[in-house]
Design a protein around this ligand. Sequence first.
Ligand code: ZN
Length: 189
Amino acid sequence: MLNREPDQTKIAALVRQLLIELGEDPDREGLLKTPERVAKAMTYLTQGYRQTPQEVLNGAVFESAANNMVIVRDIEIYSLCEHHLLPFYGRCHVGYIANGHVVGLSKVARIVDCFARRLQIQERLTEEIAHAIEDITGAEGVGVVMSCAHLCMMMRGVEKQNAVTVTSSVLGSFRTDAGVRAEFMSLVK
Ligand code: ZN
C-alpha cells in the first residue's frame, strides 16, 4: 500500500495518454487541464489509503457506563468500485452496543470515509467499517447496513438504473443474538 502522496505528474501523464487512446485531443482547450484535475480528484478519492481509523479518530473514544445500542443513521457513502473505477454511492447505518467505550458520533462518519475513499467492493467496505468499530470501541456487538447504487451497473453492462445493492455485516451479539439483530434492523429500516 502506498503511504506517500501519489505523484501528480505521473498520474497526469497517464491520463493524457488515456485521452489520446480514447480518440480525444488532449490539447484542445476543454481538456488542457483535465489530466491534472483527474490526478487531483483521484488522489482525493483514494486518500483513505493514507489514513488509518485511529488517525481520523484522533483520540475521540470516551468511557461510558451505558451499554444501550448506539446507532448512527444515514451516513452518506461515496466510493469507487475496484472493478471499473466508477463511483458507487448511497447510505450506511452503523450500530453498536458499547462495552465501556463509545466513539464520538461525528467520528463514525470519518471512519466510514477512511474506508470508502479507497478502491472498494461494497461487501468489503461494509465488513471493514464493522471491524474498525469493533476494534476501536471493543463493542460487544456491531452492525453495519449499506445500500448503494453502482454507476458501473447503471451506465454500462446490464443498465439496471434502479438497482440498489444492500449489504450488511454483523459482529458479536448482533450476530449471535437474534433479538439484538432484529432491534438494529428495525431501527435502521
Ligand atoms: Zn464496478
